[in-house]
Design a protein around this ligand. Structure first.
Ligand SMILES: *[C@@H]1O[C@H](CO)[C@@H](O)[C@H](O)[C@H]1NC(C)=O
Ligand SMILES: *[C@@H]1O[C@H](CO)[C@@H](O)[C@H](O)[C@H]1NC(C)=O
Ligand SMILES: *[C@@H]1O[C@H](CO)[C@@H](O)[C@H](O)[C@H]1NC(C)=O
Ligand SMILES: *[C@@H]1O[C@H](CO)[C@@H](O)[C@H](O)[C@H]1NC(C)=O
Ligand SMILES: *[C@@H]1O[C@H](CO)[C@@H](O)[C@H](O)[C@H]1NC(C)=O
Ligand SMILES: *[C@@H]1O[C@H](CO)[C@@H](O)[C@H](O)[C@H]1NC(C)=O
Ligand SMILES: *[C@@H]1O[C@H](CO)[C@@H](O)[C@H](O)[C@H]1NC(C)=O
Length: 305
């Protein structure tokens, strides 16, 4: 195929400033993962506005990889703590079962066209952590680095997938990719990486102690925001709804009115509590806590994401 000259120049330029993991992040890689939110490239530490990042990005590499299965992890490595400037990590997306397209796709990005072999979830593998977008709170640090790594999981055992799943479910905050990959026997299998920043406009606010029970959000319909522990695992907290900060985030579905939402929430809380008291055996979910919006507001705002 013959490209118009200007297009060839753009393609060349666009392939220069790509991914790589941030300094200090492990496992590190210099191979570029291309990350694109509906035409907005989110590459190489650039500050990206939050608005396009709410839905899963398209990711891929400029050259075709030779593996038959891949996983992507996206980790916020700048979660505020109660002892700033200390930070923590939070897993935002963990999808296994990806394969790479055999032909390249031209993404028409705001920095010109980029040719990418996209990673695809053709088998519709359920995400271990379904994607949820950046939403840094007005705390230190205001700017967060969202780091993506692509892992070659060719010939991965189901046991290794379980190790990753358990780690992501039980240690969402404090998720340590290096340790998890090593436990899953995948050390050295990171084939591409990237990061970008999303910045809260500030000013920095002290941790909220707002316990208003105004429900502006909805019911968590997504299991990732709603995961029971098991009799063998650590008990989990049921996250039912939040106040304003989660309003536009994926795990929460808006219902038609506040009344309807409140009703649904209370029914939901009730059914979870009954499930607990029903006894049950073996692997029945054990909810250690059932909380409503206002109670959670404080905890979440103290975590940030
Ligand atoms: C796949 O590519 C990597 C990196 O170029 C190389 O190290 C590896 O040997 C290749 N594997 C196969 C099965 O060709
Ligand atoms: C990119 O733009 C070209 C030319 O306008 C078009 O043919 C192509 O379908 C576009 N690709 C995508 C992925 O939107
Ligand atoms: C995956 O989901 C898409 C869209 O729902 C569907 O068209 C496709 O057949 C599914 N593929 C498999 C392997 O189940
Ligand atoms: C991205 O965030 C990190 C962590 O807060 C910060 O050190 C860095 O300066 C930010 N980068 C940009 C370009 O704002
Ligand atoms: C982890 O989450 C998935 C769904 O996202 C669920 O099927 C699984 O049971 C959870 N595992 C643990 C150990 O909590
Ligand atoms: C607490 O949150 C509610 C609902 O978001 C808001 O209307 C109210 O102003 C907040 N109060 C304080 C003291 O921040
Ligand atoms: C959610 O529902 C409320 C109340 O009906 C409405 O005002 C708001 O615009 C809705 N938000 C979205 C994102 O649909």
């Amino acid at each position: 195929m013959i490209l118009p000259a200007y297009l060839a120049v753009l393609v060349t330029t666009a392939t220069v400033a790509m991914g790589k993991t941030p300094e200090g992040f492990k496992p590190a890689t210099n191979a570029d993962l291309i990350v694109d939110y509906s035409g907005i490239p989110a590459l190489n530490g650039a500050v990206v506005s939050r608005s396009p990042t709410g839905n899963e990005p398209r990711i891929g590499t400029a050259s075709r990889l030779n593996g038959s299965s891949y996983a992507v992890m996206m980790i916020d490595i700048d979660i505020p703590t109660n002892s700033p400037p200390q930070t923590n990590t939070l897993i935002h997306w963990l999808q296994t079962g990806l394969t790479q397209a055999t032909t390249a796709t031209t993404l028409n990005t705001t920095s010109g066209p980029v040719r990418v072999f996209l990673m695809e979830n053709r088998a519709n593998t359920t995400a271990i952590t379904p994607y949820f977008g950046p939403n840094p709170p007005a705390r230190i640090p205001l700017s967060h680095r969202y780091t993506q790594i692509l892992v070659d999981t060719t010939s991965i055992t189901t046991q290794a997938i379980e190790i990753i799943r358990t780690a992501a479910n039980t240690t969402r905050i404090g998720f340590n990719a290096e340790i998890v990959l090593s436990q899953a026997n995948l050390a050295g299998r990171v084939v591409a990486g990237n990061f970008y920043n999303v910045t809260n406009p500030g000013p920095v606010q002290s941790v909220a102690t707002n316990t208003s029970t105004t429900i502006t959000s909805g019911v968590a319909t997504n299991t990732a925001a709603f995961e029971p522990g098991t009799s063998t695992g650590r008990p989990a907290t049921a996250i039912i709804a939040t106040g304003s900060t989660f309003k536009e985030d994926k795990p929460f579905k808006n219902l038609s009115s506040t009344d309807e939402t409140k009703k649904a929430l209370h029914e939901c809380a009730h059914s979870i509590k009954s499930a607990n008291s029903n006894g049950g055996g073996g692997r029945r979910p054990q909810w250690s806590q059932v909380k409503l919006a206002g109670e959670l507001g404080q905890e979440y705002s103290s975590v940030g994401k």
